[in-house]
Design a protein around this ligand. Structure first.
Ligand code: PXG
Length: 458
């Protein structure tokens, strides 16, 4: 085995990391994660770290599930790969298609397989535009999305996303993708109460449709809860109003379930938690608990019927669409989610406990708001409560908090000055207590450090 220093040197010499400042990382040295068990990661220095982010929002069942490894091993021996292009399929992919149809809301019976969330969203863009073309409305090409949404890193995924820093690199968004405001009350709500704000921001969708011309709008896409944007839980009024508007204008609606899908909210899908009726669901991440890369696009009957009845080839697909090993692992992952009643346990037992404990962190002088839903958590760090003003150099305090958390043995993610967590769905109450106490310790240390450095009002 190499030493940490050797790995860091090789990494710095050759490895370009996603969403990373390469020279800063090279100076600091990458953290090498060597193994994991349950909800804990172990790095090459032997540190044990509670994984508050489920890998990257995906490891729902936690690490070290032998059953998933064995299924992959057997499938690799039986049939490691074959494509789904030339009138072929394989048993795990067929079984998974049927299983997803069974799990999804009843108006979903068809699925298109991909290798990731980004590819699922790209597939949505192509399918939505093709749907309108098949219906003889080929001028309907515009897709409406939201600022600060995250839908992936491919050209279409990053275009749908509302991250301006991503658009600035590489000439995005691609044509006919436009953005409206996000339901982020803490930052954007001003003097409105959350429910008024939820309605106001939902109605930006209607205003945008009218501005573009309803006959030009193909679809709207949104995450039920924005994950990478900072665990933004919309006011209760938001989604019903969005649903009313997409229904009124008959435009297609995609629920990006890449993070919310498979139990994060306490329901199988985030749209079920919020009561919306999307035409598409984009899936990835926890579909395999991250043990294999896999994505999928669920297609509603309304859309699938047009494709099937009109016929003709949909000229789109990936080498790994319907990968047999990924599909076999997904099936086993879904079996375990059922057998261990993981999602029911989140909904009925863990989520209420989690929400109560997490929201207590709002008593800390640095925390302007502590949001929780299902097994999501977010802390808004502010210099002076109850004002919802952020720190001046936005992002510095959050990163400092995240670094302290790691030193305390807890992975949290910083989105500017919002600290977020989304632990594995199999976390226990005792482990929740450990997570909360590590988060509280981190807040205390951060507060003391900021006070010392003159960041806090006296
Ligand atoms: N949609 C949503 C809602 C996502 O969160 C994607 C699509 C894209 O999935 P792929 O599999 O192509 O990465 C995502 C991915 C973060 C972070 O820092 C979040 C994601 C990816 C990378 C980083 O929170 N989510």
């Amino acid at each position: 085995m190499r030493t940490t220093r050797e790995w860091q040197a090789l990494d710095a010499a050759h490895y370009l990391h996603p969403f990373t400042d390469t020279s800063a990382l090279a100076a600091r040295g990458t953290r090498v994660i060597t193994r994991a068990e349950g909800i804990y990661l172990y790095d090459s220095e032997g540190n044990r770290i509670l994984d508050g982010m489920s890998g990257l929002w995906c490891v729902a069942l936690g690490y070290g599930r032998r059953e998933l490894a064995e299924v992959a091993y057997r499938q690799m021996q039986e049939l490691p790969y074959y494509n789904s292009f030339f009138q072929c399929a394989n048993p795990p992919a067929i079984e998974l298609a049927a299983r997803l149809a069974e799990l999804s809301p009843p108006h979903f019976k068809h699925v298109f397989f991909t290798g990731s969330g980004s590819e699922s969203n790209d597939t949505f863009v192509r399918l939505a535009r093709r749907y309108w073309a098949l219906r003889g409305e080929s001028e309907r090409t515009v897709i409406i999305s939201r600022w600060n949404g995250y839908h992936g890193s491919t050209m279409a995924g990053a275009s749908l996303g509302g991250m301006k820093a991503m658009h600035a690199q590489g000439g995005l968004p691609i044509p006919d993708i436009v953005h409206i405001g996000q339901p982020y009350w803490f930052e954007c709500g001003g003097d409105l109460d959350p429910s008024e704000f939820g309605l106001r921001v939902a109605r930006e969708l209607e205003a945008k449709i009218l501005e573009i011309g309803p006959q030009r709008v193909a679809a709207f896409i949104g995450e039920p809860v924005q994950g990478a944007g900072g665990v933004i839980i919309p006011p209760k009024t938001y989604w019903p109003e969005v649903q009313r508007i997409v229904d009124k204008y008959g435009i297609l609606f995609a629920s990006d379930e890449v993070i919310c899908g498979f139990g994060r909210t306490g329901r199988w899908f985030g749209c079920e938690h919020f009561g919306t009726r999307p035409d598409f669901m984009t899936l990835a991440k926890a579909i395999t608990s991250g043990y294999q890369p896999l994505g999928a696009l669920m297609v509603s009957d309304r859309v699938a019927e047009v494709f099937i009845e009109t016929g003709g080839e949909f000229a789109h697909g990936y080498t790994y669409s319907g990968h047999p090993v990924a599909a076999a692992v997904a099936l086993a992952n879904l079996d375990i989610l059922h057998r261990e009643r993981v999602i029911e346990r989140v909904r009925e037992d863990l989520a209420p406990y989690w929400a109560a404990r997490w929201r207590e962190l709002a008593a800390h002088p640095l925390v302007g708001e502590a949001r929780a839903l299902g097994l999501f958590g977010a802390l808004e760090l502010v210099p002076a409560k109850p004002s919802r003003q952020f720190f001046k150099e936005r992002g510095t305090v959050g990163s400092r908090g995240r670094d302290l958390a790691i030193r305390n043995g807890l992975v949290m993610r910083a989105v500017w000055d919002t600290l977020i967590v989304a632990p594995p769905l199999v976390i226990t109450r005792t482990e929740i207590e450990e997570l909360i106490s590590k988060a509280a310790l981190t807040l205390d240390q951060l507060y003391a450090g900021l006070a010392q450095d003159g960041w806090l009002p006296r």
